[in-house]
Ligand binder design. Structure first.
Ligand SMILES: *Cc1c(COP(=O)(O)O)cnc(C)c1O
Length: 353
């Protein structure tokens, strides 16, 4: 039995050719392809500036730096998120302040953000969880710079606004499991030219007359060419993901719950994360799928919740603590074959829940 992987990049002949062209050109470091990726994003997001970087994490770190966040400053972020955000905040020598999420769409709860504000708060990092837009307009009301973490949501919308255009800065990731990949890579976007200038200056670390500590966060043209090739297919990828998500939704309609987007939000279905009601049901479904050759993951485990890494009182984060027990992520990516999708749907329909 061939196992259906939880994740798999969608790579074809175009990608091979794009990478091969860079190799043949003799220029493999940051160059015209990285610049091209930046222009692609600027056109896509309707103006502004973009800086191609080595990862989503370095993009988050640099976003904090260019906003002037440093020692003693507080940065608010959700507890239900990967540790990359925490790493970026600590690397900037700032203090993380974690807030709970909403159970509707697993995004940071604006009410909890408000409770976490102090006079030391310098920025708020807001991820769009699994491709569902968080409520950036509500969070912007607090008058602080919002960094949109769009690693899981390029191409999504809130009303007429594209994800990435509502915050002071947006960051993207091109890691292997994201919607579009360069193997690794990241990108910082902003409409504020001053912030973009600072990010560019930081990235060009070598042979500078005016010295201050900068770090090598460059993206290679090999990665950029791959990411650009994938970017051309983004819309097609998003549509395919939605088709697959619709099939799953139909198959599980009566037995499990799913993220509910805010009104007007168009998600991009980065992940398909079921809500199973209890840990027992979740574990039963996981075992059933596993024994039938379908890999799933628990997208965030309890120990990964940032408040647990930080040894804070878990009772202050009831939604996240509840959700980690009952969630299960199914394979969802454009490289899934029709046969594999049908198999997963049939298993969902017949699962002993
Ligand atoms: C993947 C991811 C990151 C980190 O990106 P890397 O490119 O892996 O460093 C940050 N935030 C979110 C929400 C992510 O999904």
């Amino acid at each position: 039995m061939d196992v259906i992987k939880h994740n798999k990049p969608c790579l074809g002949e175009e990608e091979k050719l794009a990478v091969w062209n860079v190799l043949s050109s003799g220029w493999i470091a940051q160059g015209p392809e990285a610049e091209g990726l930046e222009s692609d994003f600027v056109s896509f997001l309707g103006g502004g500036g973009a800086v191609a970087l080595s990862s989503g994490t370095s993009s988050l770190y640099l976003a904090l730096k260019v906003l002037g966040v440093g020692r003693g400053d507080e940065v608010i972020l959700p507890t239900y998120v990967c540790s990359a955000l925490l790493n970026a905040i600590f690397m900037a020598e700032a203090r993380p302040v974690v807030a709970d999420i909403r159970d509707s769409d697993f995004n940071i709860d604006p009410g909890e953000v408000e409770k976490a504000l102090t006079d030391k708060t310098k920025a708020i990092i807001v991820p769009h969880t699994y491709g569902f837009s968080a409520d950036i307009p509500a969070i912007r009301e607090f008058g602080l710079p919002v960094i949109e973490d769009a690693a899981q949501a390029p191409g999504g919308f809130r009303g007429q606004f594209r994800i990435g255009t509502l915050g002071a800065i947006a960051v993207f990731s091109f890691y292997a499991t994201k919607l579009i990949t360069g193997g690794q890579g990241g990108l910082l976007f902003s409409r504020n030219e001053g912030l973009i200038e600072k990010a560019r200056d930081y990235r060009e670390f070598d042979c500078r007359k005016e010295y201050y500590p900068r770090f090598n966060f460059k993206m290679t043209d090999i990665q950029a060419a791959l990411a650009r090739c994938q970017f051309k297919r983004l819309e097609q990828f998003i549509n395919r993901r939605k088709e697959i998500a619709d099939r799953y939704l139909e198959a599980i309609s009566s037995t499990a719950g799913f993220q509910t987007p805010d009104p007007g939000v168009e998600p991009v279905y980065y992940r398909f994360v079921l809500l199973l009601g209890s840990a027992e049901r979740r574990d039963r479904l996981r075992a059933y799928l596993h024994s039938n050759g379908v890999e799933t993951i628990v997208p965030v485990e309890r120990y990964e919740l940032l408040h647990n890494y930080l040894n804070l009182d878990p009772s202050r984060f009831p939604v996240s603590e509840r959700i980690v027990d009952v969630t299960l992520s199914l394979p969802l990516y454009p490289a899934l074959t029709g046969e594999e999708i049908t198999k997963i749907c049939r298993l969902l329909e017949t699962a002993p829940l």
